[in-house]
Design a protein around this ligand. Structure first.
Ligand code: HEC
Ligand code: HEC
Length: 236
């Protein structure tokens, strides 16, 4: 039995399609269109940051993501300083089965999101949107060559590889914009993991591959350097 569950988990890792957690099928929502996403975001209730702050500890979000959403661990994403729209979208994506790139990592988020209603999701998102993102404390400084290369990718993109400047969506300082998340101060291990998941197709909750298309031609070294680059930025 245990073996079969492990096998199912391994298959999910490879295909990202067959989704079962040993307790039945997980809901599998249709991919977003710009239209359906806009409509859904507009129909969400207004969030209340004070209620969001209480929920953050009641639901034990703080045990992994830190007191204010700034992750103390290399294993978890920092979620503070995110535009509310992005957090709402992620929670809906976990809840409805659109985001499930890594069984081991995402499982807990799916379970928690399924326990939340729209109002609670809006409240949590309002709380995180209030916080700032600070540089991650343990960055490895990039050598000058790599820094320049990555800085060019961020500000100018790469026409030859059809990579649009990261800054055009994620902001000049990595502060994010609506559904494009803040990247400043993000935990580099999480950044690399999620970029690789976009690249190999395991993370496909982005609308019309609006993010993953830029990852296909990035090398591992570039992804790692981008992670360090953004981790070292303060949003404010
Ligand atoms: C046991 C640890 C744990 C707990 C508790 C937890 N999370 Fe998470 N969270 C994670 C992990 C791991 C990921 C990354 C998952 C992945 O790779 O898909 C994540 C991802 C997220 C993301 C997406 C981050 C991004 O940048 O895309 C959001 C938003 C989030 N969590 C919010 C919450 C909220 C709200 C709660 C409480 C209701 C919560 N988390 C509780 C471990 C946790
Ligand atoms: C056309 C706009 C656009 C461009 C250009 C773009 N992104 Fe994104 N990016 C997005 C959107 C939108 C998302 C959220 C997608 C989703 O819903 O999963 C995202 C998500 C991400 C995430 C996931 C963050 C998290 O917290 O989980 C990372 C990392 C990222 N982008 C890095 C980059 C880098 C590095 C570049 C430049 C090489 C880049 N992006 C270029 C729009 C863009």
């Amino acid at each position: 039995m245990l073996k079969r569950t492990l096998l199912a988990a391994a298959l999910i890792g490879f295909t990202g399609v067959a989704i079962a957690d040993g307790h039945g099928e997980k809901p599998h929502a249709n991919p977003w269109s710009n239209f359906s996403l806009d409509n859904t975001l507009q129909s969400m209730p207004a969030g209340d940051a004070t209620r969001g702050q209480s929920l953050h500890s009641q639901m034990m979000c703080n045990s992994c993501h830190g007191e204010n959403g700034e992750s103390p661990s290399r294993n978890y994403a920092s979620i503070n300083g995110q535009p509310a729209e992005y957090t709402v979208k992620m929670m809906l994506d976990y809840r409805d089965g659109r985001r499930w790139e890594d069984y081991k990592q995402a499982n807990i988020m799916v379970k928690l999101a399924q326990a939340l209603d729209d109002q609670q999701i809006a409240d949590l998102a309002a709380f995180y949107a209030q916080g700032s993102t600070q540089a991650w404390g343990y960055t490895k400084p990039l050598d000058q060559d790599m820094h320049n290369k990555v800085d060019h990718l961020v500000r100018k993109g790469d026409f030859g590889r059809m990579i649009t400047p990261c800054a055009s969506c994620h902001g000049a300082k990595g502060e994010g914009n609506e559904i494009a998340p803040a990247l400043a101060g993000q935990v580099p291990e999480y950044f690399v993991r999620t970029m690789q998941a976009y690249k190999d197709g395991a993370r496909h909750n982005d609308v019309n591959e609006g993010m993953s298309q830029f990852t296909h031609d990035l090398t591992d070294a570039e992804i790692e350097a981008l992670a360090e680059y953004y981790a070292s930025l303060n949003k404010q």
